[in-house]
Unconditional design. Structure first.
Length: 587
């Protein structure tokens, strides 16, 4: 028996013990026990999580070639990660969210109750295609005690999972110099942009998933048809979470579908098993959006179709799209690269960025042709897919209505990083040649992949701690909890059965935080018709509302406060909460 095989049972046992400890901690029990020289405490989930993850990772590296051990290690890592998410959410200090993140948390709360049919809300009045992200967060949010910290932890888990998928496929399909270089460039972007990996904002969450989609697409194009269902799953997640990924995902998926069918007709492998499984994955993941559309005469999907396809609208010229798109593609080299939150973009050195992006795309085309000429099908497909994604993403900016915002440009920085990784890997292969398996021990050849993922995890933990700490320090949202308390106490004191919330100018972020707490408290509440699109039909008025509660700015508050029927519930600039009894339309 080799040394690796002798170590495997011990590593598996250590990972299993850590899993049990995490289960105990998640259940609320405290204490400690000794496992040989290692003391594992029930009071702190970080230590057993670290030991368990290290043991399972070592097992995965040592036993990668043995299917049974590999599956055990992967399943253990997934379970450890899930328990880590739950424990982090349960033991983290509370976070009071507002604005977009508060709306996200409200949607997650609705998802825990099965009451959410729509995706993230858009500033244009419609919703992004589906609620898949919210339903992924919901179990961890519920098990973690309905704490906002779960959203940040799940966002990190999604991004790390995307990096794992990228690394796994590249490691299977390319020689040693390629995978570490490509992954290193992507991880470098995460390091350059603090808090990115842990951001739960729905404009950030799908970005690395979209890169995983591109790498999976290259694998499918090179003949890995069994990955087609995974392609559909990852692509569906990206599209449902942010509609801007739809052109990219739909075009590449349609091209691959047509390509594998065409290849089969010319004597290639049958794609029908993979396509059948993919159809079932698609049907499952799109069941909620399709059901909402069927129940609402087209619903949100029809609203998206009208907005982007049938209604005439002024977008941006191709020239503008190229200027903004190339500014994004070269983001890795810009000193102003930062995590965007929806603000305006100021372009600098436009001609230099355009020239650099043209060189980048030209080199991608050359690299694709070179790899195909050398019969490196996967690497050629990867360069070709990246080239296609670049063109589609730049063109997509021409469809944006109004100002092109910084988060719409930022996603192209990730594609630009993938492009640079592909080009750097091609250069690495030219410089070093292929390192054969006879030169380096298999476990050592896998070490660079593990190292890149460990670095990514360290960056992710940094981002998680930084972003959650930052959120807790925000004083602008300090009135949300008092506003909730005031509305709750007013309803109890005045025997109000169902207050109707009116959201004043620029107070929707505060209202989202209060609505979330009223929902969690079990208070029946509705919003006025103009706020239903944002807060969904779960808060639509039924006619039973017997008090009108207004979240007002100073100007609106001055209009209401002198009316004799008005009760002032909260006066904490800039948020004012006023209430007045109203007769219900029906009982």
């Amino acid at each position: 028996m080799t040394a690796g095989y002798r170590a495997s049972p011990f590593l598996a046992a250590l990972a299993g013990a850590a899993t049990v400890v995490l289960l105990v901690i998640a259940s609320g029990h405290r204490g400690s026990f000794a496992l040989g020289p290692i003391s594992i405490g029930f009071h702190d989930y970080v230590k057993p999580l670290a030991w368990g993850a290290a043991a399972a990772s070592a097992l995965l590296i040592l036993e990668w070639q043995r299917t049974s051990w590999r599956r055990v290690a992967i399943a253990t890592l997934a379970l450890l990660g899930s328990l880590g998410l739950v424990n982090f959410a349960a033991y983290a200090a509370p976070i009071v969210t507002d604005a977009d993140i508060a709306v996200t948390e409200l949607y997650v709360e609705l998802a825990t109750r099965g009451d959410l049919l729509l995706g993230p809300y858009s500033r244009f009045g419609w919703h992004h295609p589906g609620p898949l992200f919210f339903y992924l967060v919901a179990p961890f949010y519920a098990l973690g005690g309905h704490q906002a910290a779960a959203m940040y932890a799940v966002a990190l888990a999604i991004n790390i999972s995307a990096l794992v998928a990228i690394t796994w496929i590249l490691a299977r399909e390319t020689p040693l110099p390629v995978t570490p270089i490509v992954v290193c460039v992507i991880v470098f972007v995460a390091w350059r942009v603090p808090r990115f990996l842990a951001s739960p904002w729905t404009a950030h969450v799908p970005i690395l998933a979209s890169l995983a989609f591109l790498v999976i697409a290259a694998a499918v194009a090179s003949g890995r048809l069994r990955l087609f269902p995974l392609l559909i799953g990852v692509g569906s997640f990206a599209v449902q979470t942010h509609v801007s990924f739809a052109p990219l995902v739909f075009a590449i998926t349609a091209g691959l579908t047509g390509g594998v069918i065409w290849a089969h007709r010319r004597g290639g492998p049958s794609p029908w098993t993979a396509l059948n499984a993919s159809a079932w994955v698609f049907a499952l993941l799109w069941l909620i959006p399709m059901s909402e559309a069927l129940a609402s005469s087209g619903g949100n999907l029809m609203a998206l179709w009208r907005f982007f396809v049938t209604e005439p609208a002024t977008g941006h010229s191709i020239g503008e799209a190229i200027e903004y798109g190339t500014y994004g593609l070269t983001g890795l080299f810009r000193t102003d690269l930062e995590l965007p939150w929806g603000g305006h973009v100021e372009l600098y050195a436009v001609s230099w960025n355009v020239a650099a992006a043209i060189v980048e795309t030209a080199l991608l085309a050359i690299v694709a042709r070179y790899h195909f000429a050398k019969a490196r099908r996967f690497e050629g497909c990867l360069a070709l897919v990246a080239l296609t994604a670049t063109a589609i993403s730049v063109w997509g900016l021409s469809r944006v209505r109004g100002d092109i915002l910084n988060h719409e440009v930022f996603k192209l920085s990730a594609i630009g990083a993938l492009n640079l990784g592909i080009l750097a890997a091609a250069g690495g292969r030219l410089a070093t040649g292929m390192l054969g398996s006879r030169v380096i021990h298999p476990a050592l050849r896998r070490a660079p992949y593990a190292l890149m993922l460990i670095v990514a995890m360290m960056i992710g933990v940094r981002d998680l701690e930084s972003l959650t700490s930052f959120e807790r320090r925000q004083q602008a949202r300090s009135a949300i909890v008092p506003a909730f308390t005031a509305v709750r106490d007013y309803a109890a004191a005045e025997n109000v059965h169902r207050p109707l919330i009116r959201v004043g100018p620029d107070r929707w972020g505060d209202a989202a935080g209060v609505l979330l707490r009223l929902l969690q408290n079990g208070t029946q509440v509705a919003v006025t018709a103009d706020s239903v699109p944002m807060f969904t039909g779960a808060f639509a008025a039924t006619g039973d509302e017997d008090a009108l509660v207004t979240f007002a700015d100073l100007e609106l508050h001055r209009e209401l406060r002198d009316k004799p029927e008005t009760t002032i519930l909260l006066s904490a600039f800039p948020l004012f909460v006023d209430a007045v009894r109203i007769p219900p339309v029906r009982r």
